[in-house]
Design a protein around this ligand. Structure first.
Ligand code: AMP
Ligand code: MG
Length: 321
């Protein structure tokens, strides 16, 4: 970027995450409106408080259908579709397990196996009944709970991008706790850091240069606890009820829309490197960067961004070999 270009950064804590907005104009009022927009969506979608539209649905599980606002309905419909994909590790009805594990919250512990077996029966996404006519949602069994934690930030990042565009902003970046959405192409593009797992805050394995793209990372290091030498993280396998246990430390998705990035990080956790790369061959609009426990960085392909490796502890491998 040239010397005359200045970037202005605005930050807040929302949705339990640090939020960073970057603009090329100094506009506190615009930044406040962005943070207010994020908060409005958080208030509709959160399951970490007693009341929200999603919590209204959860409270009425097994009793009645609940009408929700159009954006909430659309997002739930999208989350249900992601859950119904073949072999999907994404499950919008995972709530009872997430609540029980409490990973990243006070009091997290490994639940007894019989409890997990029971809770799995309350996570059937085919029992999330949608009615397009009145935009209502009904959870068929008492105790069922929708959790949009794996998709909400991506959805909101896209809404922020749309809002900024509507306000005439040509270049900007929003980072919602690891969900990055970028607007425009400043000189030299946007350079997004790929976090080094289990390291200090600013440590990076490398950088991704993008223009008009979303970069979403989901890592096992984000929220976890350890018990008896075993690490338990926040991405659960809906088939077993336990955290996904495979070769991955993180997955990053580059795509146009952040909602796709948010969904596909979870899908990739379920598939692992090999199956994930195979699945992405049919989706040239979505690319993944896998970081494995063996310190390999595997790129499914790299047409939408340029990757630069910065940490020589890591080895860059091509998915095609
Ligand atoms: P993310 O940060 O996008 O990787 O999403 C992680 C969050 O999604 C967790 O904190 C849970 O709230 C929720 N979650 C965990 N496992 C799943 C899953 N298999 N499907 C859908 N949501 C999940
Ligand atoms: Mg996600």
């Amino acid at each position: 970027m040239s010397d005359t270009t200045r970037v202005y950064s605005y930050s807040a804590i929302l949705m339990g995450s640090p939020i960073l907005l970057k603009l090329f104009v100094h506009d506190e009022a615009l930044a406040s409106r962005v943070f207010r927009l994020i908060k409005q969506y958080e208030d509709l979608l959160t399951v970490n408080r007693a009341q929200s539209q999603v919590m209204d649905i959860n409270h009425a599980a097994g009793q009645r259908a609940v009408k929700v606002s159009s954006p909430v309905y659309a997002l739930i419909k999208c989350a249900k579709a992601a859950s119904e994909l073949p072999q999907s590790a994404f499950n919008l009805a995972i709530g009872p397990l997430v609540k029980r594990w409490r990973i990243g919250f006070k009091g997290d512990s490994v639940p007894p196996a019989d409890e997990i077996t029971h809770l799995l029966t309350l996570t059937r996404h085919d029992q999330v009944i949608l009615n397009d006519d009145d935009e209502s949602v009904f959870l068929a069994q008492p105790g069922m709970e929708i959790d949009l934690g794996a998709i909400a930030k991506g959805y909101i990042a896209d809404r922020v991008r749309d809002f900024l565009r509507q306000e005439g902003v040509a270049q900007g970046l929003i980072n919602l706790g690891g969900n990055v959405q970028t607007l425009g192409m400043p000189e030299g593009g946007w350079s997004i850091g790929l976090k080094k797992p289990f390291s200090t805050a600013g440590a990076m394995i490398g950088t991704l240069d993008v223009e008009n793209k979303s970069v979403v990372t989901s890592g096992v290091y984000e929220r976890f606890f350890e018990q008896d030498g075993q690490l338990y993280h926040h991405i659960l396998d809906p088939r077993t009820g336990y955290p996904v246990n495979n070769e991955l430390n993180s997955v990053t998705i580059v795509s146009t829309n952040s909602i796709d990035g948010d969904i596909w990080t979870t899908l990739m956790y379920g598939m692992g490197v090999e199956k994930g790369c195979a699945a992405l061959r049919a989706r040239p609009d979505i690319e993944a960067i896998f970081v494995t426990k063996k310190k390999e960085v595997v790129l499914s392909s790299a047409h939408l961004y340029r990757f630069t490796l910065l940490d020589n502890e890591y080895r860059l491998t091509d998915s095609t070999v």
